[in-house]
Design a protein around this ligand. Structure first.
Ligand SMILES: [Zn+2]
Length: 184
């Protein structure tokens, strides 16, 4: 085997032994000065502090999720055997353990179930975006409650029950992620 095993979130949270140097980052580098002018570009971070997942087919069996985000759609997997709608998308159904999963697009609107504001202590690379809102959103018509950033309005102008739209965005290095947008 030539490729090292993928790191897990548990490893991300585990402190490195003091005697071992942090391994070099295998993630794509991110230009510090951005490029597009309109898309927020995050600073290059060490792999273990990278907030966003690796997205290509060589990194994850869930690359289809990110491909659909790139096309502007939020999707997930559903078990073809028992119909269980899964979030986040999975490679195996946690209910029946089957791997016969199908990809389905999710509704593009939802309602805020709860929200909060990040006023301090933002993740690395997001320090200059403080304050910003995060929240739980119930997607319209499906039994899924998703966590994510909420843009579009200052946090103190958001309200529980408010309708938001799902949108995908380029995080600045070619990778995509989803967030919610409240109407202005
Ligand atoms: Zn199942």
């Amino acid at each position: 085997m030539s490729a090292p095993p993928s790191r897990t979130r548990a490893q991300v949270l585990a402190p490195s032994p003091a005697s071992e140097p942090v391994p070099a980052s295998p993630t794509p580098s991110v230009p510090a000065d951005g490029g597009s002018g309109t898309t927020r570009t995050y600073e290059k971070r060490p792999f273990l502090l990278d907030f966003f997942p690796l997205e290509t087919a060589k990194d994850t069996r869930l690359s289809r999720f990110f491909d659909r985000l790139r096309e502007g759609h939020l999707s997930t997997t559903r078990c073809a055997k028992d119909g269980e709608l899964l979030w986040p998308p999975r490679t195996a159904c946690p209910k029946c353990h089957g791997e016969a999963l199908e990809w389905v697009d999710l509704p593009e609107t939802g309602r805020i179930y709860a929200f909060s504001a990040v006023l301090a202590g933002a993740p690395l690379g997001m320090e200059d975006q403080v304050p910003f809102a995060v929240g739980l959103v119930d997607l319209e018509g499906v039994p899924l409650r998703l966590f994510g950033r909420i843009e579009g309005r200052p946090w103190n102008q958001l309200s529980v029950g408010q309708t938001v739209r799902v949108e995908s965005f380029d995080i600045g290095d070619g990778r995509f992620f989803y967030r919610f947008r409240a109407p202005t």
